[in-house]
Design a protein around this ligand. Sequence first.
Ligand code: CUA
Length: 370
Amino acid sequence: MGEESTRAEADSRGGRGGRRTIQQMVVVGLIASLLGIALGLVIDWFPTAGSTQADKIDTFWDVLIICSVPVFVLVSTVVLFAARDFRMRPGEEHLDGPPIHGNTRLEVVWTAVPAIMLVALCTYAYLVLHDIEKAPAKGPERVVTVTGQQFTWTFSYNEGGKKFSSAQLYVPKGESVRFNVQTRDVLHDFWVPAWRMKIDAVPGIQTHYRVTPTRLGSYPVVCAELCGLGHAFMRQTAHVLDAPHFAAWVKKMTAAPAAAAGGGAAGGGGQAAAVDAKALFTQGESKTGATACGGCHKLTDAGTQGGVGPQLDKVLKGKDPAFIRQSILQPDAEIAQGFNKGIMPANYGQLLSKPEVDALVNYLEKVAAK
Ligand code: CUA
């Protein structure tokens, strides 16, 4: 068999069989596209949607699936069929393909169609973005300032002229909230997956977005920018309350400090009986934004399971109150084996009052150090 006949054979494969191959490709492509789109729409990609913004973003996602699956299928089908029909057979090792000039009509189509799709999707994306960033038409807008720092979030409010901060985020359902996002140190990223909105906290500037929560409940607040060793644990909770409960929470937060600090039952003990140290340990100090110890530390008595920091039952065993106090106020002074400096926020001295620190030291000495 000469080289000429082999080449003729190779050429004819794309020719005579061509029409049937294209029919096969169309059928395979259509089925794969329909299956892919159906699968893409059925899969639960995101957590439950909890804001008006989330609904619009989820619709946008569905449109993207519907547009991109057929493009992916088209390219894959052509590649797979080409590999099947035009693959090199034994004896064709030194054979060159037929000289082709190109196909102008095809090139115009595969340039124009994606270009039109891109422009259309960008326009749609712009309209969605414009829509979800819009300020509410009427009424004053609630503003919450979100401050990131290694490795915690603080939420600052100004309700009726009264300013206060919280380590957990509270917002009323059905009202637009503007979040002003900033950072004390490095880049962080303020993200509440249930609301779908996400923006970087950038040193030196303030960024912002708006959310109108539509679902009551508690949702994770996540840092979505690699910001250091404690990044994965920079998680807090967003609570969406109905209007009366939110008003009650604001009232509690803006009440005189003496009234807000009382009401503790367990823990504490001794002179600092007014402070519920166990509650402080598990819930943090919401007025100043001090994060709960239990989020990072395992402590049997408090029933907390955090694994970022050392297990306190172990590392505080046999330690005196002075050591415990130093561990809270200057966490980097002495680091437990296997852990790193700079993970625990060093500002508990500012966020907690002296009675609160005393109560924590008492409590930890009682339950962990003995
Ligand atoms: Cu803050 Cu990651």
